[in-house]
Design a protein around this ligand. Structure first.
Ligand SMILES: Cc1ncc(C[n+]2csc(CCOP(=O)(O)OP(=O)(O)O)c2C)c(N)n1
Ligand code: SF4
Length: 345
């Protein structure tokens, strides 16, 4: 993690990141896998002492995450994880700040804070546990539930269209956008490493099974018989190939992605769309984010896009440093009792 210049004084193991708290998720919940992959990845990822790490969350099953990590943590209020984390980062720029949040927490009540953290490029690493349902409150539909979803709050099926979290993040200019799946631990570890290395706002959406209130929401992408035909693993610089026999590929017809067969001689890998996660044009990542809209296309996992630009916290720090250099340290008393104050009678 590039956040702190501090030298690590010890080599950590996964156990060092495990807290003494009882984990209170339902048996079989996908959240366990996310916790395990974070704890397994952190020893290699962390290039700072663990006292420099903070996990911030809102409210939800997923938001219990900070209790289970043996780092600093802040279990916030519903929908406010991104803005609390922004405050933590701006006030303490040398901390590595991570957010654990659910689709309700981040995109429903927290949607406003989310888009602004994206556009400001606050240096936060956000893990979105997307189970397409409200878990903690027992199964109401969420902003990522599919149209027609029958839940306790939509007994005849939801009539609204869901958010596509990656498209929302890309449209709000997030500088790192990626996706993984709870049932693919190796891939998730790699994605956690990648967001940990990014400087700037990084979103990792993780498809997470809530086996109590939305069981099987991602089964096409996780079951042995179907997953290879329904998941496209993105790799930078490589053509987009998928399928059980690696016999299908994605070709771009203008801005229109199509599936082609590369086993019958008509098309080869040379005809396929080559993934460029550093592409200047956000349109490519946006097309990828919308592959899920069509049942004939696979769901991509991996890094969709990354961009390097100044972060919000850097911007604020640089500005403060410059003003202090020019005008000297400020005097709060002077501001509080200066000419722009008045007394309320
Ligand atoms: C201000 C406020 N409104 C509503 C709630 C009720 N509430 C708690 S968690 C939650 C949604 C949880 O869903 P999600 O964020 O997807 O997390 P999950 O439990 O599925 O991990 C809601 C609506 C609350 N705690 N505070
Ligand atoms: S309700 Fe769903 S998301 Fe919450 S702990 Fe249980 S299985 Fe996991």
């Amino acid at each position: 993690m590039a956040n702190s210049p501090e030298v690590v004084t010890q080599k950590y193991t996964a156990k060092d990141f495990t807290s003494d708290q009882d984990v209170r998720w339902c048996p079989g919940c996908g959240d366990y896998s996310i916790l395990a992959q974070v704890q397994r990845t952190f020893p290699d990822l962390i290039q700072t002492n663990k006292e420099k790490i903070v996990w911030v969350s809102g409210i939800g099953c997923s938001s219990r995450f900070p209790y289970y990590m043996n780092t600093y943590g802040f279990h916030g209020i519903h929908g406010r994880a991104a803005i609390i984390a922004t405050g933590v980062k701006v006030a303490n720029p040398d901390l590595s700040v991570w957010v654990a949040t659910g689709d309700g927490d981040l995109l429903s009540i927290g949607g406003n804070h989310f888009i602004h953290a994206c556009r400001k490029n606050v240096d936060l690493k956000v893990l979105l546990f997307n189970n397409r349902i409200y878990g903690l409150t027992k199964g109401q539909y969420s902003p990522t539930s599919e149209k027609g979803k029958v839940t306790k709050t939509t007994p005849f099926g939801s009539v609204d269209y869901p958010f596509n979290p990656l498209s929302l993040a890309l449209g709000s200019d997030a500088t790192f956008v990626a996706r993984s799946i709870d049932r693919n631990p190796k891939h998730m570890q790699e994605m956690i490493r990648r967001i940990g290395q990014h400087k700037g706002f990084a979103l990792l959406e993780i498809f997470q099974n809530c086996n109590i209130f939305n069981d099987g929401a991602f089964e096409l992408l996780t079951e042995k018989e179907t997953k290879d035909d329904h998941v496209l693993v993105l790799e930078h610089g490589k053509p987009m190939v998928f399928g059980k026999n690696q016999d299908k590929g994605i070709k771009l017809d203008g801005a229109h992605p199509i599936v082609v067969d590369i086993s019958n001689g008509k098309y080869s890998k040379d005809d396929l769309w080559v993934h460029d996660e550093f592409s200047d044009a956000p349109v490519h990542a946006m097309i990828l984010a919308h592959l899920d809209d069509r049942p004939d296309l696979p769901s991509p996992i991996g890094v969709f896009r990354q961009v390097i630009k100044e972060t919000y916290d850097e911007g604020i720090k640089n500005q403060i440093d410059k003003i202090i250099e020019k005008k000297g340290k400020g005097d709060l008393e002077k501001v509080l009792f200066g000419s722009n104050t008045w007394e309320v009678a």
